[in-house]
Design a protein around this ligand. Structure first.
Ligand code: ADP
Ligand code: ZN
Ligand code: ZN
Length: 680
């Protein structure tokens, strides 16, 4: 007799363990780990859906008490036991239930209809780009030696630090070929959907048809079809954002995480996993090779590389024959203001754009829209209001008032995310007395309007969250720019990452320090990455490129060192700041977020967490900051608080998480208090 151990698909902690069911004879061959089944559960004579995690042939309790599996869900994918093992790792590493972990690693729930007439997503991209197979350029010596050492690899993850344009994609392709020759499969992870077009186009050009894509914009039916091809071995390469890590390949040989420094590799829903960590686990389980690629490695990964935990591989020159690093110019927007130039464009950027338009070359203008939420700066001298205790910028809160004299909307209160310090919004700049001080706000739409007004003859495209809501819109905009149908592409960080447009010879970074002024401890790292990546889009082909960095704070090391493209010096500089103030990766930091519709209960839970942390883990060296209100204190009628807990040991941090979870559920169990833990 054979039995299946089944995790019931209900989000309740109490049932988060495996239940045993008898496998009926007719299903014997088809019930394997990873499939979904219907099983009787609970008192109600109702069947529930569950995941089979394992098969066994003996049980410790009387046979007659064991119920049979009722049915197998149709078209179950055979995903193998590897992904279930991975789910178990995630449940313990991120403190989630096994059910949640399984939901994440076995994401295709059911097939909704059959969509035979729809074109395969990979074919859609090929058609748009008109890409044809190419004769390959040989690897250059730098690329060849990197490939050789990766293939000789000892099993450690590899950090491939290659400057922008050094041809990392070419290296990935070579590695994938080796895998294919050995009958092995590859997962290529990209930080966001907008990069699918570029990556798939490049890969299919070199690798032909055995490439598939996976991302959230595919329908359930399309997703199922891609996964089925993977499970059946019809393809060797899967490309997609972080969830593609869970592709059910049975002969995985390589995982590539491109642009590994991107924050999108950190999941923002439970389980709040770090893709790099889970990928390392999957690679270790299967003996696959893991390659993390970036021109601006995260401080965390570079630290691991320096410690020998990762194998460091470096590429320092641009690959395209004749391509040079672009010339980089910094313009000081405070001086522009002094000279009476109040437009978004500095004199230099205006001149250079006109020049490119005349020469029929392309321009990219980049504005980091996400970065500026709420920070307050002086338009005359560039001063940003910072917390006196934490050296991070203060954030303007959601409570606004109308200035009685000017009729302007003003933020009434500034606060610090880290220590909770608050102060009133000043009416003039504390440095220079200028009245032009306000929460910063300029968006891509405004930028587009300004560009159209200044360059009426130019053809302009805009790519941001608003212009890409329709299915296929990323591909449309990017392919249109690629084909030279527009002169200027305006966008948010979406246009910065990884794109390769050889005709772009000018990149304008419109407000380079916007991202310096978020209230995050890693604001400088983000800024350095954004400027370096944006600058890296210019002059990738045979024509020389320029980059204009517009800044209110040109003396900041993140701006200066990005302009010099000097990653190593930035790393040293930034790490000394992290060590001084005890921020990751110098130590581990856990964010504990607490929310409830009941304001008192939110406060009570936060206090309880703080008290336990100090009492039980203070002596072991845990550092507690907070609790304080989240920057947006109330969302959807929920009151939100946050605590930061720091410790040098990952195990202790995880132990604190377990203790807090237990204590909070003992005190508030059944009542509506939610907690979320993020460890960095
Ligand atoms: P990265 O991802 O490192 O920024 P890409 O992989 O996009 O760089 O490569 C940059 C450009 O150099 C691309 O246009 C690519 O086709 C070209 N390239 C890469 N490797 C070679 C090579 N060995 N010979 C000629 N051109 C190359
Ligand atoms: Zn000022
Ligand atoms: Zn503070």
């Amino acid at each position: 007799m054979r039995y299946a151990r089944v995790i019931i698909d209900i989000s309740a902690e109490q049932v988060d363990r495996a239940f045993t069911y008898r496998i009926p004879e007719d299903l014997e061959d088809r019930i394997v780990p990873g499939v979904r089944v219907r099983v009787p559960f609970g008192n109600a004579d109702r069947n529930r859906i569950g995941f089979v995690i394992d098969i066994t042939d003996h049980v410790d309790f009387p046979e007659e008490r064991i119920k049979p599996v009722a049915s197998l869900l149709p078209k179950a994918l055979n995903t193998g036991s590897e992904l279930i093992e991975l789910a178990a790792f995630m449940a313990s590493e991120y403190g989630c239930t096994m059910n949640q972990a399984l939901q994440t690693v076995l994401p295709v729930k059911k097939i909704i209809g059959k969509n035979r007439r729809r074109k395969d997503p990979v074919r859609r991209i090929e058609d748009l780009s008109g890409a044809e197979a190419v004769q390959d350029e040989a690897l250059n010596p730098e690329q060849a030696s990197v490939c050789a050492s990766i293939l000789r690899n000892s099993g450690r993850p590899v950090l491939l630090y290659g400057i922008t344009g050094s041809g990392k994609t070419r290296v990935y392709i070579e590695l994938i070929r080796h895998m294919q020759a050995a009958g092995k499969q590859t997962i290529v992870l990209i930080p966001e959907i907008s990069l699918t077009y570029q990556t798939v186009r490049e890969l299919t050009k070199h690798l032909g048809q055995r490439v598939a894509v996976m991302h959230s914009r595919l329908s359930q039916g399309e997703k199922y079809e891609q996964y089925r091809k993977a499970a059946d071995g019809e393809i060797d390469v899967m490309v997609g954002p972080r969830s593609a890590l869970f592709t059910p390949f049975t002969k995985l040989g390589l995982i590539v995480i491109d642009e590994e420094h991107e924050r999108t590799y950190q999941s923002d829903t439970s389980p709040r996993y770090d893709t790099r960590t889970v990928a390392a686990q999957r690679a270790a389980m299967t003996g696959a090779c893991l390659v993390l690629g970036s021109a601006t490695p995260s401080l965390e990964s570079y630290t691991k590389a320096l410690n020998g935990e990762y194998d460091l591989q470096v590429m320092k020159s641009r690959a395209h024959p004749g391509a040079l690093l672009p010339s980089i110019h910094i313009t000081d927007m405070r001086r522009e203001m002094e000279r009476g130039n109040r437009s978004i464009f500095s004199g230099m950027l205006q001149d250079m754009i006109s020049d490119r338009l005349e020469r029929k070359e392309q321009v990219m203008l980049f504005l980091n829209r996400r970065g500026y939420a709420g920070f307050v700066s002086c338009r005359s001298c560039g001063t940003v209001i910072k917390c006196p205790h934490c050296d991070v910028s203060m954030t303007a809160h959601n409570n606004w008032y109308i200035d009685p004299y000017t009729g302007e909307r003003r933020a009434a209160l500034l606060s610090c995310h880290y220590c909770g310090h608050t102060q009133p919004m000043p009416s003039s700049c504390p440095q220079c007395g200028s009245p032009y001080i306000a929460p910063f706000g300029t968006g891509t739409q405004k930028l587009e309007q300004a560009a159209r007004k200044m360059f009426p003859a130019a053809k302009i495209l805009r790519m941001d969250a608003d212009s890409t809501t329709a299915k296929g819109s990323y591909e449309q905009i990017l392919s249109s720019f690629q084909k030279g149908e527009a002169d200027i592409l305006i966008g948010t960080q979406m246009i910065v990452k990884g794109h390769d447009f050889p005709k772009v010879t000018l990149v304008g970074i419109v407000a380079a320090d916007l991202s310096l002024n978020t209230s995050e401890y890693d604001a400088s790292e983000r800024t350095f990455q954004l400027i370096t990546q944006a600058a890296g889009r210019s002059g990738r082909g045979s024509r020389a490129g320029d980059v204009v960095i517009q800044s209110y704070d040109p003396s900041h090391y993140a701006v200066g060192l990005a302009a010099q493209q000097d990653y190593e010096r930035f790393y040293e500089r930034e790490m000394s700041f992290r060590r001084l103030l005890h921020y990751p990766p110098d130590i581990y930091m856990m964010q504990v977020r607490i929310r409830s519709e009941d304001e008192g209960m939110t406060a009570e839970a936060a206090e309880l967490a703080a008290e336990i942390c100090v009492r039980e883990f203070g002596p072991a060296g845990a550092i507690l900051i907070g609790p304080c209100n989240e920057s947006v204190y109330k969302i959807n009628d929920n009151y939100r608080k946050i605590l930061y807990i720091k410790h040098s040991s990952h195990d202790i941090i995880k132990k604190i998480r377990g203790t807090l979870e237990e204590a909070l559920s003992a005190r508030f169990g059944g009542r509506k208090v939610w907690t979320a833990f993020d460890i960095r």
